[in-house]
Design a protein around this ligand. Structure first.
Ligand code: UDP
Length: 316
C-alpha cells in the first residue's frame, strides 16, 4: 500500500536533480515491487539498461538477492527490504506492481494479473473479454480470486480516482532465476531432469499450458506501461503444450534418458490454457518471439549452476 501521505506533487523541486537519459527521454524513477523475484528482476535489468532509475521493494518471501546482486553498486539502483502491505514514502513516476495488493493514488500503476482469472476456462483460447470460470471456494481460489479482486480495485481506482492504470494478465512464464522448488511445472521438470530424477507428470498429463519465455513477458510489460491502453491484456505465448509434450521437450533438451512418473493431480487444475493475444498484437504491437524449444535451453545453465551450488532458491 502506498500511503496517501506519501504523495508529493508530481513535479516538485525534488525532481530537479534528474538528468535526461541518453536518448533525450526524461529519466524516470520507477518502483518495481517484487523486483527481486523471477520476473521482477528481469524487468529491473531492462529498465536499468535503458537508463532509468529503479527502486526495488521486496520482502524476500520468494524473491532473492542473488537475482539483483549484479546491480549492487549501480547508482541508479536501490533495493529496499519492505513488505508492500506497509506504507512507504517514495516519490516516483511509475510503479510496476509484481508483489502484493497495493492502493496507489497518483502514479501510473501497472498490475500484474494472471491467466488464472479465467479459472478452468470454458472458452478456448481465452480472450480478454472472457469472464472466467473460477471455483470461489477451491484450493487455488485465494490466488485466482485475489487477482480478480486486484483487477477490480485497480479499475475502481482508475474510474473513481482517475489513477492511470494498466492491467496485464500473465500466462505461464519460465526462464532463468525461476524458483527451483516452488512446484511449477517447467522448473520441476528441468530440475528433475538435471538431478536425474523422474519428471513428475500430474494427472494424465493431457492438460495444456502455453509457456512464455521471461524476456518476451518483460517486453510486453514495458510496452503496456508505455502505451495509452489500460487493458487488460493477455501476455503469453500461444504455443500450447500438454504436460506430456512438455516433458518430451525437456527430455530432448536436457537428457534423452530422462523418464516420467505419474502423480495425482491437484484440485481444480485448469484443463487447458492458451492466450488469444490479438488485442496485444494490435494495440501494443507486441508478440512473443521465443518458442519453447529456444527458451528452454536458456534456463538450463542457470538451473545447473544453482543445483550444483546447492542453492535451493532461498534468499542470501
Ligand atoms: N504439473 C505437473 N507436474 C509438476 C508440476 C505441475 O504435471 O511437477 C502440472 C499441473 O498439474 C498443471 C500444469 O503442470 O496442470 C501447470 O502447473 P503450474 O503450477 O506450473 O502452473 P499453473 O497450474 O499455475 O498454470
Amino acid at each position: 500500500r502506498f500511503h496517501s501521505s506519501s504523495l508529493l506533487p508530481k513535479h516538485s523541486g525534488s525532481f530537479a536533480g534528474r538528468v535526461p537519459a541518453g536518448l533525450g527521454r526524461k529519466r524516470l524513477r520507477i518502483v518495481v515491487t517484487g523486483g527481486a523475484g523471477f520476473v521482477g528482476s528481469h524487468l529491473v535489468d531492462k529498465l536499468i539498461a535503458r537508463g532509468d532509475e529503479v527502486i526495488v521493494i521486496d520482502n524476500f518471501f520468494t524473491g532473492r538477492k542473488e537475482n539483483l546482486v549484479h546491480l549492487f553498486g549501480n547508482p541508479r539502483f536501490e533495493l529496499i527490504r519492505h513488505d508492500v502491505v506497509e506504507p512507504i514514502l517514495l516519490e516516483v513516476d511509475q510503479i510496476y506492481h509484481l508483489a502484493c495488493p497495493a492502493s496507489p493514488v497518483h502514479y501510473k500503476f501497472l498490475l500484474t494479473s494472471t491467466s488464472e482469472v479465467y479459472g478452468d476456462p470454458l472458452e478456448h483460447p481465452q480472450k480478454e473479454t472472457y469472464w472466467g470460470n473460477v471455483n470461489p471456494i477451491g484450493e487455488r481460489s485465494c490466488y485466482d480470486e485475489g487477482k480478480r479482486t486486484a483487477e477490480t480495485l485497480t479499475m475502481d481506482y482508475h474510474r473513481g480516482a482517475d489513477v492511470e492504470v494498466r492491467i496485464a494478465r500473465i500466462f505461464n512464464t519460465y526462464g532463468p532465476r525461476m524458483c527451483l522448488d516452488d512446484g511449477r511445472v517447467v522448473s520441476n521438470f528441468v530440475a528433475q531432469a538435471i538431478r536425474k530424477q523422474p519428471m513428475t507428470v500430474y494427472g494424465n498429463g493431457k492438460q495444456t499450458r502455453s509457456f512464455q519465455y521471461v524476456s518476451d513477458l518483460v517486453e510486453g510489460l514495458v510496452a503496456l506501461m508505455e502505451s495509452e491502453h489500460v487493458g487488460p491484456f493477455n501476455l503469453g505465448n500461444p504455443g500450447e503444450f500438454t504436460m506430456l509434450e512438455l516433458a518430451e521437450v525437456v527430455k530432448e533438451t536436457i537428457d534423452p534418458s530422462a523418464t516420467i512418473e505419474f502423480r495425482p493431480n491437484t484440485a481444480d487444475d485448469p484443463h487447458k490454457r492458451k492466450p488469444d493475444i490479438s488485442k496485444a498484437k494490435e494495440l501494443l504491437n507486441w508478440e512473443p518471439k521465443i518458442p519453447l524449444r529456444e527458451g528452454l535451453p536458456l534456463m538450463v545453465s542457470d538451473f545447473r549452476n544453482r543445483i550444483l551450488n546447492g542453492d535451493e532458491g532461498k534468499g542470501l
